[in-house]
Design a protein around this ligand. Structure first.
Ligand SMILES: [Zn+2]
Length: 347
């Protein structure tokens, strides 16, 4: 495992320090698999922390105003949401525990289902517990199982979540989305291609090597939770990014119930770290091999990151650098937040 970083310096005469010469250290790290670089502005979190905070009052106001017309609240979710055609899902909608799954009214992919996470219109990240997330994941996988058996060409799938408007969600009520298509999504295609390349060149699975390496090094390794390894990546593309890697499986359809539970529980722990850190908004995405086709060189991976808070002046972290230059910047070292998340995994 070759971890490459380059250290550069920005030099300014700082007006806040009487125009004294200041050198700001910027580290550029490269992801060992994809080569994507990230600029690490060490210690800048304190300075930008205010952009991650939420305006509690505004959030409450938005939650209250949107509740009466929310399509995902009890009374509406089981009556007025779209249904799958009977050849896909006989009952029209899927229910697992407190979670409902049904097709999205405005599809973003050949298959696009919504999984509503329970009856509560607003949940803090502390309230998104492992059981609820497990029920949501299970409902999502049932959708994939049904749809894939009705249409096997829809084999490239993902489960994703946007929580709160700053993470891209137009609806406050917590929900995941299930996507599947006959072609892989761009980033999944890149991961599959790079993982295969690594396998051809070294006859080994990159993700297993990564787990072994990070566990040995320890500084970014959060811990094993059952069969799922949790770690902070060396060159995170997004804020407070964390990966969960299922050790011996790449196929969502053959994932054991226990592995699914471990993914949900681990995710809940990461979310509880975000809550403690004052981060309220997040995204996650799951990556896997084509449905029903386990691959030697790939694994089921969940990637989760924090997004900015809902607060005036409504800053967006998807500015020109990531949006158009595809260059990323993070404001806290992965080694530092990995240490704090490790504590959450012990609780
Ligand atoms: Zn609702």
């Amino acid at each position: 495992m070759r971890l490459i970083k380059e250290v550069g310096k920005a030099r300014i005469l700082n007006p806040l320090k009487g125009f004294e010469l200041e050198e700001q250290e910027l580290e550029r790290r490269f992801d060992p698999l994809t080569g994507f670089s990230t600029i690490v502005a060490k210690g800048r979190f304190q300075y930008v922390k205010r952009f991650f905070e939420h305006d509690e009052q505004l959030l409450r106001k938005l939650a209250e105003a949107s509740q009466p017309t929310c399509p995902f609240c009890p009374g509406k979710v089981e009556e007025t949401t779209p249904k799958f055609p009977p050849e896909m899902v006989v009952e029209g909608r899927i229910k697992v525990g407190r979670c409902y799954a049904f097709p999205s009214l405005h599809a973003h992919s050949d298959l696009n289902a919504v999984v509503v996470l329970g009856p509560k219109h607003y949940l803090s990240l502390k309230e998104m517990d492992g059981n609820l997330l497990y029920e949501g994941f299970k409902a999502g996988l049932e959708v994939l199982r049904s749809v894939h058996s009705a249409n096997p060409s829809l084999s490239f799938a993902s489960l994703i979540m946007n929580y709160l408007p700053t993470a891209g969600s137009s609806i406050i009520h917590p929900h995941m989305q299930v996507l599947a298509s006959s072609l892989p999504f761009n980033y999944l295609r890149l991961l599959l291609a790079k993982s295969f390349e690594h396998y051809l060149n070294t006859a080994s699975n990159y993700w297993k090597k990564l787990i072994e390496y990070e566990e040995m090094m320890g500084e970014r390794f959060i811990g094993m939770h059952g069969n799922v390894a949790w770690l902070a990546p060396f060159a995170p593309s997004r804020h407070f990014e964390v990966w969960g890697i299922v050790q011996d499986n790449s196929d969502l359809l053959s994932l054991s119930d226990m592995d699914l539970r471990r993914i949900a529980e681990g995710l809940a722990k990461v979310l509880s770290f975000y809550h403690n850190k004052g981060l309220f908004s997040f995204n996650f995405a799951l990556y896997a091999s084509p449905l029903g086709r386990p691959l030697e060189y790939f694994n089921v991976i969940i990637r989760v990151c924090a997004r900015l808070g809902l607060k005036e002046p409504f800053l967006n972290d998807f500015w020109a650098m990531p949006a158009l230059l595809m260059e990323n910047e993070i404001v806290e070292l992965p080694e530092e937040y990995a240490l704090a998340i490790k504590q959450c995994f012990k609780e």
